[in-house]
Design a binder for this molecule. Structure first.
Ligand code: FRU
Length: 489
């Protein structure tokens, strides 16, 4: 990528309902907490550059998950190191004692990454530390006794995700340790005990494990299982970064998976390091970093680099071959939908169907929904006058949903960006449903009630002007709609 291209601002590439920082580099979501009606989104942030560097925690807030307001930086590097990923909780009983009696401080646990130790070749470069806020997350004070979990001699030792276990009256911190997750417990967030480790030799191990999240989900059968999210990079199903998960039991000390099946939360290339919000009790609310370490620093956007995914709700669902975690857009997103600009009902696709009318006035923000009683192969193509095309479809032979961005516009900024990415169909039976959420430079695919999901970035040289649906297998549509999405900003 040339410097001239980086220097030019690219407002046409800025999404409307996905969070982006006003400027500079962002990666993982951190410290996700819902408190007193406000969703807090902290994030890995380099405020001085559009590439990764000394990490801070940036901060944004929202009351509706649609409009985000960027706030002052929450945490800056200090003598113990950079501020890597972590989480936040409300300390309702003031167990850590950071606030006056009767107060409920917000407490964040993050990884201090000691760059000097790293440069000196020392293994003990990552430690877990605390910070607290007594003013609803506006300002943060680092704990004087940091670190609270010192490095036990592991090069990778990071990304603590906190959860309160009422049955044990303990906090649990899940920590990524290279090829495994370690679980620590504490009564007061200050003193920590190693409980157990999970994962060596289990699941996908094509890269280092990062950003765990351990959460309970109740299945359609009414039984609660524990889900352990584990991001890894590289080694994702379509290359580079991706998030896998395990379904099993957690007895307060130890995680035991129900089986050894490898499962991916999102099979597309651009959903990484995602975790769930603390303090949201009626659902598991998730958000990920919408990028991939393979090419994140080369994405052709300026003056910011990186967006988050849409917030999503995770739920356990039964498929033919067992239990899976399905994801769907957070219900708040539905409020962005405007009246359909295109609707087709009971239509057989025996020749390419022109859907272009559906795009008029959408400004690249729309949701396309498709439902059929008998799924067949098809290709949906979006095109513009610059010769770009983004193709999305279903392969009836391979039983795969796919997204092909090889011709989608600017793809040459990194050799790993262009590609055709596929996800196995996990749906049950012939009937299928699909939703595709577009926001300027991203598409998030949710198929079969969210059992298969894919997230992909693309950078067209002009807005999409035409859309067509073709099916060599004569797909019979029950219904297809395109709805423009309101710009909530
Ligand atoms: C994941 C990650 C984390 C680390 C952070 C550093 O993307 O590598 O493991 O804490 O990014 O920015």
């Amino acid at each position: 990528m040339t410097h001239a291209a980086v220097a030019a601002h690219t407002p046409q590439f800025r999404p409307a309902f996905h969070f982006t920082p006003a400027g500079n580099w962002m990666n993982d979501p951190n410290g996700l907490i819902f408190h007193r009606g406000v969703y807090h989104l902290f994030f890995q942030y380099h405020p001085d550059s559009s590439v990764w560097g000394p990490m801070h925690w940036g901060h944004a807030t929202s009351t509706d998950l649609l409009r985000w307001q960027q706030q002052p930086i929450a945490l800056r590097p200090d003598a113990l190191g950079m501020i890597f990923s972590g989480s936040a909780v409300v300390d309702h009983e003031n167990r850590a004692g950071f606030g006056p009696t009767g107060s409920s401080p917000l407490v964040a646990m993050f990884t201090h990454h000691d760059r000097a130790a790293e440069k000196a070749g020392r293994i003990d470069r990552q430690h877990q530390s605390l910070a607290y806020s007594l003013d609803e997350g506006r300002s943060w004070t680092k704990h004087a006794g940091n670190p609270v979990i010192a490095n036990p001699g592991r090069q990778d030792f990071r990304d603590p995700k906190l959860r309160w276990l009422p049955e044990r009256q303990r906090w649990i911190a899940s920590l990524a340790c290279g090829d495994r997750i370690a679980f620590y417990s504490s009564p007061d967030l200050r003193a920590w005990t190693l409980e157990s480790e999970f994962g060596a030799g289990v699941g996908a191990h094509g890269g280092v494990w990062e950003c765990p999240d351990l959460l309970p989900l109740t299945g359609p059968d009414g039984r609660t299982r524990w889900v352990l999210l584990v991001s890894l990079t590289p080694g994702g199903p379509n290359g580079g970064s991706a998030t896998q998960y395990f379904i099993g039991q957690f007895d307060g000390h130890r995680f035991t998976p129900d089986d050894t099946q490898v499962r991916w939360l999102d099979v597309g290339p651009d959903n990484y390091a995602g975790v769930t919000w603390d303090g949201v009790h009626d659902r598991a609310l998730f958000i990920g970093w919408m990028s991939n370490w393979r090419y994140a620093k080369d994405l052709p956007t300026a003056p910011w680099r990186s967006a988050m995914t849409m917030p999503r709700e995770l739920a356990l669902r039964q498929a033919d071959d067992g239990m899976w975690v399905a994801s769907l857009p957070a219900r708040e997103l539905l409020a962005l939908q405007q009246p359909a600009t295109l609707t087709c009902r009971q239509q057989r696709i025996d020749r390419p169907l022109d859907l272009s009318a559906g795009l008029s006035g959408s400004q690249g923000r729309f949701v396309l929904r498709l439902a059929t009683a008998a799924l067949r192969g098809f290709t949906l193509a979006l095109a513009n006058d610059a010769g770009d095309a983004l193709r999305i479809g279903y392969d009836d032979t391979a039983h795969q949903w796919w997204v092909d961005r090889r011709d989608s516009g600017e793809v040459g900024f990194h050799p790993d960006f262009a590609g055709r990415h596929a996800a196995p169909r996990l749906g049950v039976g012939n009937a299928a449903d699909l939703q595709l959420w577009f926001d300027a430079t991203s598409v998030e695919l949710f198929a079969d009630g969210g059992l298969s999901t894919m997230t992909s970035l693309f950078f067209p040289r002009q807005p999409w002007q035409r859309a067509t649906l073709a099916s060599p297998d004569q797909l019979m549509l029950d219904e297809l709609t395109i709805q423009p999405l309101r710009d909530p900003r």
